[in-house]
Design a protein around this ligand. Structure first.
Ligand code: SF4
Length: 335
Protein backbone atom coordinates (compact mmCIF):
# COMPACT_ATOMS: atom_id res chain seq x y z
CA UNK A 1 0.00 0.00 0.00
CA UNK A 2 1.36 3.43 -0.87
CA UNK A 3 2.63 5.53 1.99
CA UNK A 4 0.35 8.15 3.45
CA UNK A 5 -2.92 6.47 2.59
CA UNK A 6 -5.39 6.17 5.41
CA UNK A 7 -7.05 2.78 5.16
CA UNK A 8 -10.79 2.86 4.50
CA UNK A 9 -13.07 1.99 7.33
CA UNK A 10 -15.60 -0.62 6.32
CA UNK A 11 -18.38 1.00 8.28
CA UNK A 12 -19.54 4.56 8.41
CA UNK A 13 -21.25 5.66 11.57
CA UNK A 14 -22.75 8.96 10.62
CA UNK A 15 -23.53 11.32 13.46
CA UNK A 16 -26.17 12.99 11.34
CA UNK A 17 -27.96 10.12 9.74
CA UNK A 18 -27.87 6.43 9.09
CA UNK A 19 -25.04 4.12 10.10
CA UNK A 20 -24.72 1.47 7.42
CA UNK A 21 -22.26 -1.13 6.19
CA UNK A 22 -20.34 -0.27 3.07
CA UNK A 23 -21.07 -2.56 0.12
CA UNK A 24 -18.69 -5.52 0.22
CA UNK A 25 -18.33 -5.47 -3.57
CA UNK A 26 -16.51 -2.14 -3.58
CA UNK A 27 -12.72 -2.18 -3.50
CA UNK A 28 -11.45 0.17 -0.81
CA UNK A 29 -10.60 3.54 -2.36
CA UNK A 30 -7.11 3.27 -0.88
CA UNK A 31 -6.56 0.04 -2.86
CA UNK A 32 -7.64 1.70 -6.12
CA UNK A 33 -5.09 4.44 -5.47
CA UNK A 34 -2.36 1.96 -4.58
CA UNK A 35 -2.98 -0.04 -7.78
CA UNK A 36 -2.01 3.10 -9.70
CA UNK A 37 0.96 3.81 -7.45
CA UNK A 38 -0.84 6.81 -5.96
CA UNK A 39 -1.38 8.12 -2.48
CA UNK A 40 -3.86 10.76 -1.40
CA UNK A 41 -1.93 13.19 0.74
CA UNK A 42 -2.09 16.88 1.31
CA UNK A 43 -0.55 19.61 -0.77
CA UNK A 44 -0.29 23.15 0.64
CA UNK A 45 -3.64 24.21 2.12
CA UNK A 46 -5.08 27.36 0.53
CA UNK A 47 -8.85 27.02 0.96
CA UNK A 48 -11.03 27.05 4.05
CA UNK A 49 -14.56 25.78 3.61
CA UNK A 50 -16.99 26.84 6.30
CA UNK A 51 -20.18 24.87 6.77
CA UNK A 52 -22.61 27.33 8.35
CA UNK A 53 -25.15 24.62 9.21
CA UNK A 54 -27.60 22.00 8.01
CA UNK A 55 -30.69 24.19 8.06
CA UNK A 56 -32.18 24.47 4.57
CA UNK A 57 -35.56 25.32 3.06
CA UNK A 58 -35.23 22.31 0.71
CA UNK A 59 -34.81 18.57 1.23
CA UNK A 60 -32.95 17.68 -1.98
CA UNK A 61 -32.80 13.99 -2.75
CA UNK A 62 -29.06 14.08 -3.43
CA UNK A 63 -28.03 16.00 -0.27
CA UNK A 64 -25.02 14.33 1.36
CA UNK A 65 -25.62 16.26 4.60
CA UNK A 66 -29.33 15.51 4.85
CA UNK A 67 -29.97 19.22 5.22
CA UNK A 68 -33.55 20.36 5.54
CA UNK A 69 -36.09 22.63 7.24
CA UNK A 70 -36.06 20.58 10.44
CA UNK A 71 -32.32 20.75 11.08
CA UNK A 72 -31.29 22.74 14.14
CA UNK A 73 -27.50 22.70 13.59
CA UNK A 74 -26.42 26.21 12.65
CA UNK A 75 -23.21 28.11 13.33
CA UNK A 76 -23.33 30.30 16.43
CA UNK A 77 -21.81 33.78 16.66
CA UNK A 78 -19.16 32.37 19.01
CA UNK A 79 -18.09 29.71 16.48
CA UNK A 80 -18.08 32.33 13.72
CA UNK A 81 -15.69 34.42 15.82
CA UNK A 82 -13.41 31.37 16.18
CA UNK A 83 -13.56 30.73 12.41
CA UNK A 84 -12.77 34.35 11.58
CA UNK A 85 -9.88 34.31 14.04
CA UNK A 86 -8.57 31.09 12.40
CA UNK A 87 -8.82 32.64 8.92
CA UNK A 88 -6.96 35.67 10.22
CA UNK A 89 -4.10 33.52 11.58
CA UNK A 90 -3.48 31.66 8.30
CA UNK A 91 -3.11 32.95 4.74
CA UNK A 92 -6.02 31.31 2.90
CA UNK A 93 -6.52 32.26 -0.74
CA UNK A 94 -10.13 31.11 -0.82
CA UNK A 95 -12.84 31.13 1.82
CA UNK A 96 -15.93 29.14 0.90
CA UNK A 97 -19.14 29.37 2.94
CA UNK A 98 -21.58 26.52 2.44
CA UNK A 99 -24.52 24.80 4.15
CA UNK A 100 -27.43 23.75 4.19
CA UNK A 101 -28.58 27.16 3.08
CA UNK A 102 -26.18 29.72 4.59
CA UNK A 103 -28.71 32.49 3.86
CA UNK A 104 -30.92 31.09 6.64
CA UNK A 105 -28.22 31.37 9.31
CA UNK A 106 -29.15 34.48 11.30
CA UNK A 107 -25.57 35.70 11.82
CA UNK A 108 -24.41 35.15 8.22
CA UNK A 109 -23.71 38.90 7.73
CA UNK A 110 -21.35 38.79 10.73
CA UNK A 111 -19.49 35.84 9.18
CA UNK A 112 -19.29 37.40 5.71
CA UNK A 113 -18.13 40.76 7.05
CA UNK A 114 -15.50 39.04 9.20
CA UNK A 115 -14.16 36.81 6.41
CA UNK A 116 -14.32 39.19 3.43
CA UNK A 117 -11.12 41.16 4.21
CA UNK A 118 -9.13 38.00 4.95
CA UNK A 119 -8.78 36.36 1.51
CA UNK A 120 -8.81 37.45 -2.13
CA UNK A 121 -11.80 35.21 -2.87
CA UNK A 122 -14.84 34.71 -0.65
CA UNK A 123 -17.38 32.25 -2.05
CA UNK A 124 -20.89 31.55 -0.84
CA UNK A 125 -23.04 28.61 -1.89
CA UNK A 126 -26.72 29.27 -2.47
CA UNK A 127 -29.66 27.15 -3.57
CA UNK A 128 -31.31 30.31 -5.00
CA UNK A 129 -34.58 29.74 -3.16
CA UNK A 130 -33.84 30.09 0.54
CA UNK A 131 -34.76 33.75 0.86
CA UNK A 132 -37.29 35.97 -0.87
CA UNK A 133 -38.60 39.54 -0.65
CA UNK A 134 -36.73 41.90 1.69
CA UNK A 135 -34.47 39.10 2.97
CA UNK A 136 -33.33 38.43 -0.60
CA UNK A 137 -32.61 42.13 -1.17
CA UNK A 138 -30.47 42.43 1.95
CA UNK A 139 -28.66 39.16 1.15
CA UNK A 140 -27.88 40.50 -2.31
CA UNK A 141 -26.69 43.86 -0.95
CA UNK A 142 -24.38 42.03 1.49
CA UNK A 143 -22.88 39.93 -1.33
CA UNK A 144 -22.43 42.87 -3.71
CA UNK A 145 -20.79 45.06 -1.09
CA UNK A 146 -18.22 42.36 -0.24
CA UNK A 147 -17.75 41.15 -3.84
CA UNK A 148 -18.75 37.66 -2.74
CA UNK A 149 -18.51 34.99 -5.47
CA UNK A 150 -21.90 33.25 -5.60
CA UNK A 151 -21.97 29.53 -6.38
CA UNK A 152 -25.54 28.48 -7.06
CA UNK A 153 -26.81 24.93 -7.26
CA UNK A 154 -28.89 24.47 -10.40
CA UNK A 155 -29.18 20.79 -11.31
CA UNK A 156 -30.94 20.98 -14.64
CA UNK A 157 -32.40 23.42 -17.14
CA UNK A 158 -35.40 21.10 -17.40
CA UNK A 159 -37.69 22.32 -14.58
CA UNK A 160 -39.49 18.98 -14.25
CA UNK A 161 -36.19 17.15 -13.70
CA UNK A 162 -34.80 19.76 -11.31
CA UNK A 163 -38.06 19.96 -9.33
CA UNK A 164 -38.11 16.17 -9.02
CA UNK A 165 -34.80 16.42 -7.16
CA UNK A 166 -35.46 19.58 -5.16
CA UNK A 167 -39.21 20.07 -4.80
CA UNK A 168 -42.14 21.47 -6.79
CA UNK A 169 -41.73 25.07 -7.95
CA UNK A 170 -38.08 25.35 -6.87
CA UNK A 171 -36.79 26.00 -10.40
CA UNK A 172 -39.22 28.86 -10.93
CA UNK A 173 -38.09 30.46 -7.65
CA UNK A 174 -34.42 29.92 -8.60
CA UNK A 175 -34.90 31.57 -12.00
CA UNK A 176 -36.51 34.61 -10.36
CA UNK A 177 -33.45 34.96 -8.09
CA UNK A 178 -31.02 34.43 -10.99
CA UNK A 179 -32.73 37.32 -12.81
CA UNK A 180 -32.27 39.51 -9.71
CA UNK A 181 -28.62 38.50 -9.51
CA UNK A 182 -28.08 39.41 -13.18
CA UNK A 183 -29.84 42.76 -12.61
CA UNK A 184 -27.42 43.44 -9.74
CA UNK A 185 -24.47 42.67 -12.05
CA UNK A 186 -23.81 39.04 -11.04
CA UNK A 187 -22.79 36.91 -14.01
CA UNK A 188 -22.59 39.97 -16.23
CA UNK A 189 -19.36 40.61 -18.10
CA UNK A 190 -17.31 43.55 -16.91
CA UNK A 191 -18.87 43.86 -13.42
CA UNK A 192 -16.42 41.55 -11.64
CA UNK A 193 -19.38 39.97 -9.80
CA UNK A 194 -18.98 36.25 -10.36
CA UNK A 195 -21.94 33.89 -10.53
CA UNK A 196 -21.12 30.22 -11.01
CA UNK A 197 -23.56 27.34 -11.23
CA UNK A 198 -23.21 23.80 -9.93
CA UNK A 199 -25.08 20.96 -11.57
CA UNK A 200 -25.24 17.42 -10.31
CA UNK A 201 -27.12 14.58 -12.02
CA UNK A 202 -30.78 14.21 -11.15
CA UNK A 203 -30.28 10.46 -10.63
CA UNK A 204 -27.73 7.69 -10.02
CA UNK A 205 -25.58 8.33 -13.06
CA UNK A 206 -22.49 10.34 -13.95
CA UNK A 207 -22.65 14.01 -14.91
CA UNK A 208 -22.19 15.25 -18.47
CA UNK A 209 -18.68 16.39 -19.34
CA UNK A 210 -18.27 19.88 -17.96
CA UNK A 211 -17.56 21.75 -21.20
CA UNK A 212 -20.57 20.43 -23.11
CA UNK A 213 -22.82 20.83 -20.05
CA UNK A 214 -21.69 24.44 -19.68
CA UNK A 215 -22.49 25.16 -23.32
CA UNK A 216 -25.91 23.56 -22.99
CA UNK A 217 -26.75 25.40 -19.76
CA UNK A 218 -25.57 28.74 -21.19
CA UNK A 219 -27.74 28.36 -24.27
CA UNK A 220 -30.78 27.07 -22.38
CA UNK A 221 -30.69 29.66 -19.62
CA UNK A 222 -30.31 32.50 -22.11
CA UNK A 223 -32.94 31.22 -24.52
CA UNK A 224 -35.58 30.20 -21.98
CA UNK A 225 -35.14 32.87 -19.31
CA UNK A 226 -32.57 35.47 -20.49
CA UNK A 227 -30.22 34.49 -17.64
CA UNK A 228 -26.39 34.66 -17.79
CA UNK A 229 -23.71 33.14 -15.57
CA UNK A 230 -19.93 32.79 -15.53
CA UNK A 231 -18.99 29.13 -15.12
CA UNK A 232 -20.73 25.82 -14.65
CA UNK A 233 -19.27 23.00 -12.55
CA UNK A 234 -20.62 19.47 -12.90
CA UNK A 235 -20.17 16.94 -10.10
CA UNK A 236 -21.23 13.38 -9.46
CA UNK A 237 -23.60 12.81 -6.56
CA UNK A 238 -21.74 11.58 -3.49
CA UNK A 239 -23.15 8.37 -1.98
CA UNK A 240 -23.64 9.74 1.52
CA UNK A 241 -26.56 11.06 3.52
CA UNK A 242 -29.94 11.26 1.81
CA UNK A 243 -28.58 10.20 -1.58
CA UNK A 244 -27.00 7.10 -0.08
CA UNK A 245 -30.16 6.26 1.84
CA UNK A 246 -32.15 6.53 -1.41
CA UNK A 247 -29.69 4.28 -3.24
CA UNK A 248 -29.95 1.67 -0.52
CA UNK A 249 -33.74 1.92 -0.33
CA UNK A 250 -34.08 1.40 -4.09
CA UNK A 251 -31.34 -1.25 -4.14
CA UNK A 252 -29.24 0.87 -6.48
CA UNK A 253 -26.26 1.35 -4.18
CA UNK A 254 -24.08 -1.42 -5.63
CA UNK A 255 -24.89 -0.45 -9.21
CA UNK A 256 -24.05 3.19 -8.56
CA UNK A 257 -20.79 2.29 -6.81
CA UNK A 258 -19.87 0.14 -9.82
CA UNK A 259 -20.56 3.12 -12.09
CA UNK A 260 -18.23 5.24 -9.95
CA UNK A 261 -15.48 2.66 -9.61
CA UNK A 262 -15.56 1.86 -13.35
CA UNK A 263 -15.09 5.57 -14.04
CA UNK A 264 -12.13 5.89 -11.63
CA UNK A 265 -9.72 8.38 -13.20
CA UNK A 266 -6.25 8.30 -11.62
CA UNK A 267 -5.31 11.62 -13.18
CA UNK A 268 -8.07 13.33 -11.16
CA UNK A 269 -6.33 12.51 -7.87
CA UNK A 270 -3.71 15.22 -8.10
CA UNK A 271 -6.35 17.98 -8.27
CA UNK A 272 -8.74 16.68 -5.60
CA UNK A 273 -9.97 19.51 -3.44
CA UNK A 274 -9.13 17.75 -0.17
CA UNK A 275 -5.44 18.15 -0.98
CA UNK A 276 -5.63 21.92 -0.57
CA UNK A 277 -8.77 22.48 1.52
CA UNK A 278 -9.83 22.25 5.15
CA UNK A 279 -13.48 22.12 6.05
CA UNK A 280 -14.90 23.44 9.31
CA UNK A 281 -18.23 22.20 10.59
CA UNK A 282 -21.09 24.35 11.92
CA UNK A 283 -19.83 23.70 15.47
CA UNK A 284 -16.21 24.55 14.65
CA UNK A 285 -14.48 21.21 14.13
CA UNK A 286 -12.10 20.42 11.29
CA UNK A 287 -12.52 17.86 8.48
CA UNK A 288 -10.58 17.06 5.32
CA UNK A 289 -13.66 17.90 3.23
CA UNK A 290 -17.42 18.39 3.47
CA UNK A 291 -17.97 14.71 2.58
CA UNK A 292 -15.84 13.53 5.46
CA UNK A 293 -17.95 15.86 7.60
CA UNK A 294 -21.08 14.08 6.33
CA UNK A 295 -19.45 10.73 7.12
CA UNK A 296 -18.38 11.96 10.59
CA UNK A 297 -14.68 11.36 9.90
CA UNK A 298 -12.80 14.27 11.44
CA UNK A 299 -9.48 15.63 10.27
CA UNK A 300 -6.63 13.65 11.83
CA UNK A 301 -9.15 11.05 13.06
CA UNK A 302 -10.08 13.00 16.20
CA UNK A 303 -12.22 16.07 16.67
CA UNK A 304 -10.08 19.21 16.74
CA UNK A 305 -11.69 22.60 17.23
CA UNK A 306 -10.71 25.43 14.94
CA UNK A 307 -9.63 27.53 17.93
CA UNK A 308 -7.08 24.85 18.94
CA UNK A 309 -5.22 24.66 15.62
CA UNK A 310 -1.74 26.15 15.73
CA UNK A 311 -0.53 25.04 12.29
CA UNK A 312 -2.08 23.88 9.05
CA UNK A 313 -1.56 20.28 7.91
CA UNK A 314 1.78 20.15 6.07
CA UNK A 315 2.21 18.80 2.53
CA UNK A 316 2.34 15.00 2.71
CA UNK A 317 -0.11 14.73 5.63
CA UNK A 318 -2.66 11.91 5.18
CA UNK A 319 -6.31 12.41 4.24
CA UNK A 320 -9.13 10.19 5.52
CA UNK A 321 -10.89 8.38 2.67
CA UNK A 322 -13.98 6.23 2.20
CA UNK A 323 -15.85 4.53 -0.61
CA UNK A 324 -17.62 7.83 -1.32
CA UNK A 325 -14.26 9.21 -2.55
CA UNK A 326 -14.93 7.35 -5.82
CA UNK A 327 -17.46 10.11 -6.58
CA UNK A 328 -14.59 12.61 -6.61
CA UNK A 329 -12.43 10.61 -9.03
CA UNK A 330 -15.13 9.57 -11.52
CA UNK A 331 -14.57 11.01 -14.98
CA UNK A 332 -13.05 14.45 -14.86
CA UNK A 333 -13.29 14.44 -11.05
CA UNK A 334 -14.47 16.68 -8.24
CA UNK A 335 -11.81 19.30 -7.74
S1 SF4 B 1 -14.58 12.63 -0.49
FE1 SF4 B 1 -13.39 13.57 -2.17
S2 SF4 B 1 -12.61 15.44 -1.30
FE2 SF4 B 1 -13.21 14.13 0.42
S3 SF4 B 1 -11.40 12.94 1.00
FE3 SF4 B 1 -12.50 11.73 -0.48
S4 SF4 B 1 -11.55 12.28 -2.45
FE4 SF4 B 1 -11.01 13.86 -1.02
Amino acid sequence: MAEGIVTDRREISSGIGIGVKEADAVDPFADALARHGLSLVRDRVHTLQVNAGYLCNLRCRHCHLEAGPGRKEIMSRETMEAVVSFARRFPFRVLDVTGGAPELVPDLPFLVEGLAPLAPRLMLRTNLSAVSGAACESFLALCVSHRVVLVASFPSTDPSQADAQRGAGVTEAAIAVLKKLNAAGYGVEGTGLELDLVSNPVGAFLPMPQDSAEREFRNDLLRKWGVAFNRLHTFANVPLGRFRAGLLRTENYDRYMKTLTDAFNPSAVEGLMCRTLLSVSWDGFLYDCDFNLAADRPYGDRKVHVSDIRKLPPPGAPIATGDYCYACTAGSGFT
